[in-house]
Design a protein around this ligand. Structure first.
Ligand code: ADP
Ligand code: GN1
Ligand code: MG
Length: 356
């Protein structure tokens, strides 16, 4: 690297020390300790093949959100990300080695949680994701680039797993026979949402597609949702993706990478909190098929994430950041434990959805 991060922030007219920040699995995130503070990120170019399209999406989406927030009398500096331009007026800075950096306003006096501490946090996160979706309901979907093609096409994700199993590139297959069997046993379900989108019973909407709890900032005092962040994957998708993905992470009783699986359960209390918050915002818009598929959405998104971790493990950990050996396998195991638990609790999940 022929530049320092201090050189990079100066391209955005900021001249302070910066330090690593956050626990995302994809981008390199730093905080610039200026007044006001900023977030600097190096976009993961292995994941996002066209960073300039990612930034164009984010610029258009955040400008749309800003208008809505102002109309609603909200605080535009806190309730949406803002793309900070470079000194040359660009959306991002490309370093000489091809690294792409971008800068955002820092959302102050707000916290993003890596684990749920109480049901109220999930309720507030759900409201924030629901509102986000409402604000984007009239965003022209044809203006959005598909930043990661087929991101939540579970059938294609399944085919990727099958290929990784066949290739067994790094010789790990023999150690994950049980997980592969678990994944293959559910093959019949992988097309359910994709097919429902194709037959029109589940509409395409503009969705966030990565509704992990740590992708929403909650007010540090009131606990209310302030701002939805991590907008790299805002694309046309199904509302079931946002609902389901938030639950796979948020309704677990343990961390995504917990090794002690006895700590991992799918909490119906947390499921109910999220369902209440989310349907309170978007419930009136749902088609009958969407409503019917809500519990399934939670399960299939958890399954999909599990097979993505498993695929990455089989391919030698090239996609998700890992911090220890077998990290992706540990993550896969929590997801599959949650799937099995949701299968047991399917009827109770349906009863809860019916309440809201
Ligand atoms: P990744 O794609 O790697 O998940 P994120 O955009 O989610 O990257 O950023 C990682 C973490 O950094 C977030 O979970 C959050 O804690 C923190 N973060 C990101 N952007 C901001 C921001 N604008 N203000 C405050 N914190 C932020
Ligand atoms: C990644 O970027 P981050 O850490 O918020 C991933 C999600 C996964 C999640 C699993 C672009 O989310 O799809 O569900 O890890 N994001 C991308 O924790 O692949
Ligand atoms: Mg993130």
């Amino acid at each position: 690297m022929s530049y320092t991060l201090s050189d990079v922030v100066r391209k955005f007219s900021v001249d302070v020390d910066i330090a690593p920040y956050g626990n995302g699995h994809i981008n390199d995130t730093y905080v610039a300790d200026s007044t006001p503070r900023y977030i600097l990120q190096r976009i993961n170019s292995n994941v996002f093949k066209n960073p300039s399209q990612v930034m164009e999406n984010i610029l258009n989406v955040t400008e749309h959100l800003r208008k809505k927030i102002i109309e609603n009398g909200g605080d535009e500096n806190r309730e949406t990300l803002r793309v900070i331009k470079t000194v040359d007026g660009k959306n991002f800075y490309e370093a000489d080695d091809g690294s792409v950096f971008r800068m955002f306003n820092f959302i102050e006096n707000a916290v993003s949680y890596d684990a749920v501490e109480n049901p109220n946090q999930l309720l507030e996160a759900a409201r924030a994701f629901g509102k986000f979706q409402n604000m984007l309901a009239d965003f022209p979907a044809n203006k959005l680039y598909e930043t990661i093609p087929d991101f939540h096409d579970t059938r294609k994700r399944f085919e990727n797993l099958r290929r990784a199993v066949e290739a067994d590139k790094v010789g790990r297959l023999s150690s994950v026979k049980e997980e592969v069997e678990f994944a293959f046993a559910r093959e019949a379900e992988v097309g359910t949402i994709v097919d429902a989108i194709a037959d029109g019973s589940v509409p395409l909407r503009v969705t966030h597609n990565d509704t992990k709890l740590n992708n929403v900032m909650l007010d540090e005092k009131t606990g209310e949702g302030v701002c939805v962040i991590d907008l790299d994957t805002v694309m046309p998708g199904s509302l079931l993706y946002d609902y389901g993905d938030a639950l796979r992470f948020g309704a677990s009783t343990g961390a995504e990478d917990e090794v002690d699986l006895s700590k991992i359960e799918f909490s119906l209390e947390l499921f109910e909190a999220f369902t209440k918050g989310f349907l309170g915002e978007v419930g009136s818009k749902l088609t009958p098929r969407e409503r019917e598929l809500l519990p399934f959405g939670a399960k299939i998104m958890t399954y999909e994430c599990g097979i993505r971790f498993l695929t990455d493990y089989l391919e030698g950990d090239t996609y998700f950041k890992i911090h220890r050996e077998h990290h992706n396998l540990d993550r896969c195991r929590t997801q599959f434990k949650l799937v099995a638990d949701m299968e047991k609790k399917a009827e109770e999940m349906h009863n809860i959805v019916a309440k809201y």
